[in-house]
Design a protein around this ligand. Sequence first.
Ligand code: R5P
Length: 295
Amino acid sequence: MKPVGIAMPGNERLTDDLAAHFDFDRGLATVRRFPDGESHVRAETSVEGRHVFIVCTLDRPDDKLVPLLLLACAIREAGAVSVGLVAPYLAYMRQDRQFHAGETISAQHVAAWISRHVDWLVTVDPHLHRIAELSQVYSIPSRVAHAADGVASWVRLNVNQPLLIGPDEESAQWVRDVAQRAEVPFIILAKTRRGDRDVKVSIPEVDRWRSHTPVLVDDIVSTARTMIETVGHLRRIGLAAPVCVAVHAVFAQTAFEDLHAAGAADIVSCDTISHPSNRIALASAIAASVREFLP
Ligand code: R5P
């Protein structure tokens, strides 16, 4: 029997895209709120004896986690052989240490909750920094699909004489990989974050790059302060208006508009979170990872 893929609300397009890459039955679930704000979920498709996966990207995760975990429980109780999670954006990975007294390492707790309810996880380039591997926090098997190939192809096809720029050390792993695949030069800047929206980025040595188009690449754009600060520097020192590329287009509140207003020539993202900037499709890479968990 074919596996069953169920899209949580908002994940239908990605689930359709996955269906173009491998064969599975589309399952249905009701996910709604009771008048008091609690979640009500129901598996509408029979899943008895089936391998099931739920597609649920986890931006704005607090509203999504409760219905997701309840649906995983409902599916298992309805007799599924296994329940996997395809979460192209994996939330809470940035809270990977206790930054201040009294805080907790959220990444560990959220990973433990998810690990308790699903059998496997597929995601795209999770924010692995002080946590080096997902297995340090997730007790279930996981696979990471990578955006580098898609980003490199997009850059090669769309940008004239690109210079890839990573705004901070944490971005070095993605930027280096993309640069090697696209066979273009790259530099990594140094960032100091003083608060959610207070970010300082070092000024790069630029003389040799004046004829290039700067392409800022980062894994997550949330407030966009990191990119806005970097765009400002590059413009002040006379480089061309940069193209900004995000793997995960979180774009909190007015971040997208703010980044445009700061002087980005273009803003492009992968489709791990549905957003108007999506131009790099990753379904093929995600599908390859999902298939590893299915019979
Ligand atoms: C940080 O470590 C990440 O790689 C990104 O640089 C960061 O999440 C960007 O956040 P924001 O858009 O809020 O500056």
